[in-house]
Design a protein around this ligand. Structure first.
Ligand code: ADP
Ligand code: ZN
Length: 720
């Protein structure tokens, strides 16, 4: 027997399988899709069996070991892997690896242990035991087992040595029971609602119509989650399974509680805050068919459920559904491909759909379903936009109105959410004598001052240095902090208000469980004000929150990306949706220096359709998606002069070969240098380009042996 193995190295030069011989004693363990260890040059590597063949060849090396008993790469995952390779032009192995949890990737080094609990049972009958001469401890252990208290933890409390004696004498037997690390054993009870007419209609359309992809457009609080759960219930009755994707940051205990209340332990949950062991356990529950529903962030789209009925993608406009590292796939594309394979459906949901998705409903590619009312008949909160240019007190981060409202709500003992989409203390550190700006030595970006650690940090590469007291250029003592981050706002809030304040951003949530802790504490009203970055804008539901304030709505408008207006409108609509969700009416205050910009002014009424119309006009005028597709090409390397020349060569090659496209660049990117590597950007805009994939493949092949230059291709990029 021989096998074709795809090894763990991701390198374009060896993007193919290698054939090995299988020694006789390993033949019985050979299956397509399991991992094996093989000799490769001087190394020992892991790889996946892709094909099994029969004829024995003499000149082949033997495989060394079969790693898995059960198949890791199912036929479907292999098919999806090929799809990712074709769509993103990555290597096949990197497509396969990205679909699997770390414990199941082909990697010679990882070792994740299953966790077990030990249980004990009697090997002989009670009558026979009574005839034996046992000491008191041994008798007690037997009694505990008979009473059902048979775990190791319990029995070693009586006596470890007696337990061992009973095992050695073959009176009791030890069994290993696989323990899944996330089983919390809790029961949840979130109320179940009778769906309103709009919600019922939405469920009916998805269950009864023939379309494959549906877009559920519903304002925040319109009861989309209830609709999802109802639909899933129908599929489960029909013996089908479901995947629910949610943005990483909205995988909160609240969200999980709602699903667990309805579906108990038929759910597996996957998100990045789990340990590798926990992820592996959840994943095994899925592959053993122990669960019917998988809820998770982006990579949960690969969960190997069989009999898939529906894939639901909540907040479908969220940028995190696109993976930013290679392979740069979009989970929505994967969901649609899996739905095609399973003859299943895809349901996208959002209050602010991406322009691409919403235009597809107009082109009849997706079926549009609308929820126009809030489910509990609460009005949308009242939104006031404050023009910060007109504030009397210059230089204050808070308008008079926001200060008054915060005081009012604090007096009523209600809660407040404040958003500032920038972490740290100050976003610029500059010298007022010579104009020096503190920059990262590895990246072309300014350093952010973090007061708690008294360090200047780079948010791109993690570089950190002690704060400069004197200017390193002119040696004057005139170094100043400009710009403002969450850390600074927290300090200001503490000066202004007598309130309990908690900050939630990247810096306060880096330890495991920190995120949940903050949310739970705020929900229990241990704090009055929750201050945070966009992390707090999504999915949270706190009945006591009656005021939402946006400190500076302009931060996301300034990013150099054609989607900046879309992001701003999304963010403001989302954060406004966080309040007034219960009996109390909500107030939203948005502070801005650009109050008439449509992305800001339209968030007052959360009028998505009007925003869509405005934004589409601009996209059309500038020829941006959805009016065309974009491919972003980065030419990366450390030799600036060489790169400058070669990136022009690349751009010219593209111009010569992609005749139906517009080629922009090369230009130096908005972030020109990251981690000491220079980046030149080239943008391809096209509507229809038959040659695109085949030519880009050629381009990659052309440069694959050139060590001085790396070509990075991103189809439908989110950032650049
Ligand atoms: P969305 O996902 O659209 O933001 P949710 O499903 O979270 O909306 O619902 C918003 C709120 O309305 C939640 O508190 C939810 O429990 C409640 N809700 C949803 N459906 C109903 C209903 N049919 N009747 C009463 N309350 C509902
Ligand atoms: Zn840096």
């Amino acid at each position: 027997m021989t096998v074709n193995v795809l090894v763990e190295l991701s390198n374009r030069n060896i993007d193919k399988t290698f054939t090995y011989n299988v020694p006789k004693d390993l033949e019985k363990d050979i299956k397509k899709g399991v991992r094996v260890k093989v000799p490769f040059g001087k190394q020992k590597l892991e790889g996946f069996i892709i094909e099994i063949d029969n004829p024995l060849q003499d000149d082949l090396k033997d495989i060394l070991e079969v790693v898995d008993k059960e198949v890791v790469l199912t036929d479907e995952l292999m098919q999806i892997g090929t799809f990712i390779k074709e769509r993103t032009l990555c290597t096949l192995i990197s497509a396969y690896q990205t679909m699997l949890p770390k414990a199941l990737k082909a990697q010679n080094k990882t070792q994740i242990n299953k966790s077990y609990i030990k249980e004990y049972s009697l090997l002989i009958s009670k009558e026979e035991i009574d005839k034996l001469k046992l000491n008191d401890n041994q008798k007690n252990i037997i009694n505990e087992i008979l009473n059902g208290n048979n775990t190791r933890d319990n029995l070693i409390k009586v006596s470890l040595s007696s337990l061992n004696t009973l095992i050695n004498k073959n009176i009791i037997k030890e069994t290993l029971i696989e323990k899944y690390r996330l089983d919390d054993g809790k029961t949840y009870n979130y109320p179940r609602f009778e769906l309103n007419e709009e919600q019922k209609k939405a469920v009916n359309i998805v269950m009864n119509e023939k379309d494959q992809v549906y877009l559920l457009h519903g304002v925040t609080g319109s009861g989309k989650t209830e609709v999802y759960m109802e639909i899933i219930e129908e599929y489960i009755k029909d013996n089908k399974t479901a995947i629910v994707l949610v943005p990483e940051i909205s995988l909160t205990p609240q969200m999980v509680e709602r699903f667990k209340s309805r579906f108990n332990d038929t759910i597996a949950i996957l998100h990045s805050r789990l340990s590798e062991g926990e992820k592996y356990d959840e994943y095994r529950k899925i592959s053993k068919g122990l669960v019917k529903i998988v809820i998770g962030a982006r990579s949960a789209v690969f969960a190997p459920l069989e009999n898939l009925g529906i894939i639901i993608i909540d907040e479908e406009h969220t940028t995190t559904y696109k993976q930013e590292s290679t392979p740069k796939y979009n989970a929505i594309d994967i969901a649609i491909e899996r739905a095609r394979i399973h003859n299943a459906k895809v349901l996208l949901g959002s209050a602010t759909p991406s322009l691409e998705s919403y235009s597809r409903t107009i082109a009849n590619k997706y079926r549009l379903i609308e929820l126009n009312k809030r489910a509990n008949n609460k009005e949308l909160p009242e939104v006031t936009i404050v023009d910060m240019n007109k504030e009397k007190k210059k230089g204050s981060y808070f308008s008079k109105l926001l200060i008054d409202k915060i005081n009012e709500k604090l007096a009523l003992n209600e809660q407040i959410i404040l958003l500032l989409n920038r972490r740290g203390y100050a976003s610029f550190i500059t010298c007022s004598s010579c104009g020096y700006v503190s920059k990262c030595p590895n990246c072309d970006v300014t350093l952010t001052y973090h007061k708690s650690s008294d360090m200047e940090r780079c948010h791109y590469c993690g570089y950190a240095t002690k704060r400069h007291e004197v200017c390193p250029e002119c040696h004057e003592k005139s170094v100043k902090n400009l710009g403002v981050g969450t850390e600074k706002i927290e300090e200001e809030l503490n000066k202004l208000f007598n309130a309990r304040i908690v900050r939630m951003d990247f810096d306060t949530t880096s330890t495991k469980g920190a995120h949940e802790k903050i949310i739970t504490a705020f929900k229990n009203h241990e704090y009055d004000i929750l201050l945070g970055t966009q992390m707090i804008a999504k999915g949270l539901d706190f009945p006591l929150v009656t005021l939402v304030g946006v400190i500076n709505a302009d931060t996301s408008l300034m990013i150099p990306n054609f989607r900046s207006s879309e992001y701003t409108f999304d963010l403001l609509s989302q954060v406004a949706g966080r309040c007034g969700r219960s009996e109390r009416t909500g107030t939203v205050i948005i502070q801005s220096f650009n109050p008439t910009h449509y992305a800001i002014s339209l968030s007052k009424t959360q009028d998505y359709k009007l925003f869509f119309k405005n934004e589409m006009m601009i996209r059309r005028k500038l020829n941006y998606p959805p009016y065309c597709y974009i491919v972003s090409i980065k030419v990366i390397g450390s030799d600036y002069d060489y790169l400058k020349v070669e990136s022009n060569v690349v751009a010219n090659k593209l111009r010569d070969n992609l005749k139906n496209s517009e080629i922009l660049g090369p230009s130096i990117g908005s972030i020109f240098k990251v981690n000491n590597k220079y980046h030149f950007g080239i943008t391809i805009k096209y509507k229809k380009e038959e040659n695109l994939y085949s030519y880009l493949k050629k381009l990659l092949e052309f440069y694959q042996t050139n060590a001085k230059i790396k070509i990075d291709i991103d189809f439908n990029p989110i950032s650049w």
